[in-house]
Design a protein around this ligand. Structure first.
Ligand SMILES: Cc1cc2nc3c(=O)[nH]c(=O)nc-3n(C[C@H](O)[C@H](O)[C@H](O)COP(=O)(O)OP(=O)(O)OC[C@H]3O[C@@H](n4cnc5c(N)ncnc54)[C@H](O)[C@@H]3O)c2cc1C
Length: 453
């Protein structure tokens, strides 16, 4: 078994590499939290991967432009931070904002990433207009969001399998991402399939006019002790999705990863709102001032740069701390329906009482929070068991277990119970038709076995 590494500086090199037939994991900025890049060689050995390659796309040529319809064209390893700066320099803005802005936009397509602005603008998959990729023959292909998957030339003989699959996805349609990809539009073939069907080389995305925004921080009691105020805010903010672009929670435990001078309110959780400037007064008068459990001293404005850098610093510190201790992240990415949000908080409260360090942050307004155990090495297997139980509950209540970070390698065991025959069949068809020589991340979730198989 050998592992090789290859860094590509042109798309011709990528095409040539694909034709050699080596199983390859292509990557962008390597910020995925579900792959554990630093332990990949060992993982590959344990799972008998044979010969395989890490294909680095981060040195390919990159460019951005806006077309006459104000759609953003991205080629190569453009990061979210670069895409945002480019759009803003032209009076436009991106509608997706994953917390880690050094991640690549096209990798974000592969992971179906979402993030903060999903609250106001919806998911990335609905902002994609067109995608280009290199297929297993080393040829360029273009997929359009205007074509339904059943019309796609790749799958014309498999209409029944696609429709069966789509029926099983229907219950997850309102989530950012379900336990398996949507597979409704032709572009969905590359969204959330984690590079298992081809290398994404170009994307065209909707943008929005640039406008001033304000960040309002709301201080709340610690959620483990009392989440009445959290629930009140959660329910009230739903009516303001047109005006509030993001609605994020950073709990008191999370703030402790930052220096004391960076913590906005000692001993408090913070929910922050990214609000359109034109709607600021409306939000003060008709949302914040109406709340019974939150008083005027509990909310205050913070500059955009500061809010974003604080928000980004917390998951980065958590990630760094886990690497230092030598444990793989033991965190959740669960989204539930609004009606189940209180139950989710109760579940997290139970986990908080297990004697393992933890923190909670994430996309509060979407009922989508990351509960992170911060275990010692000795506590890792206990965390694994507790998470397994939690995913049973998520399945029972029809929630989404991994709403934005994907499955990668780390979540494959947890996802199996969510698959049915419809997933197994369509996944196998996709691999057969689009990756017959198994060169695109053949160790990924499209292998699709259910539990016990
Ligand atoms: C601190 C922190 C915060 C985060 N916050 C968010 C968040 O808010 N929302 C969110 O969705 N995610 C978040 N993530 C997860 C991560 O940033 C995303 O999964 C991101 O999309 C990965 O981008 P990347 O360039 O690092 O991809 P990589 O890690 O390099 O690759 C990720 C996957 O995509 C595949 N891939 C990459 N590029 C291509 C390509 N061109 N063609 C085909 N396949 C490809 C890879 O094979 C791999 O499976 C966060 C991560 C961290 C560390």
């Amino acid at each position: 078994m050998t592992m090789t590494k290859k860094t590509f500086t042109s798309l011709d090199e990528v095409r040539g590499h694909i034709l050699k037939g080596t199983a390859t994991i292509y990557h962008g900025s390597k910020t995925s939290t579900v792959v554990a890049y630093d332990q990949l060689a060992q993982y590959a050995q344990e799972n008998s991967w044979g010969d395989w390659c890490m294909g680095d796309l981060s040195q390919l040529p990159k460019k951005c432009h806006l077309d006459e319809r104000q759609q953003l064209h991205v080629e190569g390893p453009v990061t979210w931070s670069e895409a945002k700066a480019f759009c803003r320099s032209k009076g436009r803005d991106i509608m997706t904002a994953p917390t880690e802005e050094l991640a690549c936009v096209l990798a974000g397509v592969s992971t179906s990433c979402t993030g903060e602005r999903c609250f106001g603008f919806g998911t990335l998959r609905d902002q994609v207009v067109e995608l280009a990729f290199i297929n297993f023959r080393g040829e360029d292909e273009v997929l359009s969001a205007e074509r339904d998957l059943v019309e796609s030339s790749h799958l014309s003989s498999y209409q029944e399998e696609i429709l069966n699959y789509q029926n099983t996805f229907a219950g997850y349609a309102s989530f950012k991402n379900g336990p398996f990809p949507r597979f409704e539009k032709e572009t969905d073939l590359l969204i959330g399939t984690e590079g298992q069907l081809g290398v994404v080389t170009k994307g065209v995305f909707k943008t929005t006019p640039l406008e001033n925004v304000h960040y309002l921080f709301v201080a709340l009691p610690k959620w483990e002790e009392d989440f009445t105020a959290h629930l009140e805010l959660f329910e009230a903010v739903q009516e303001f999705r047109q005006d509030v672009l993001s609605c994020e929670l950073l709990d008191e435990n999370s703030w402790r990863y930052l220096d004391p001078e960076d913590r906005p309110r000692e001993g408090k959780d913070i929910v922050y709102l990214e609000v359109r400037e034109s709607e600021l007064e409306n939000i003060y008068d008709n949302l914040l001032s109406q709340l019974k459990h939150i008083g005027p001293d509990d909310f205050f404005a913070v500059s955009e740069n500061r809010a974003i850098s604080l928000r980004m610093a917390i998951p980065r510190r958590v990630f760094e701390r886990n690497s230092q201790v030598g444990v793989v992240k033991k965190g959740t990415d669960i989204q539930v329906s609004g009606e189940r949000f209180q139950e989710l908080l109760l579940k997290y409260r139970e986990l908080s009482q297990k004697g393992i360090r933890y923190n909670l942050f994430g996309h509060f307004g979407d009922a989508h929070l990351h509960f992170n155990f911060m275990p010692t090495q000795a506590q890792v297997s206990q965390c694994q068991d507790l998470l397994e139980e939690l995913y049973h509950w998520v399945k029972e209540v029809g929630g989404s277990p991994f709403a934005e970070h994907g499955i990668g390698l780390l979540k494959q065991d947890f996802i199996k119970p969510f698959y049915t025959c419809a997933q197994e069949k369509l996944f196998a068809i996709l691999k057969k038709e689009m990756d017959p020589s198994l060169v695109f991340f053949p160790f990924g979730f499209l292998r699709g076995q259910r539990d016990g198989e």
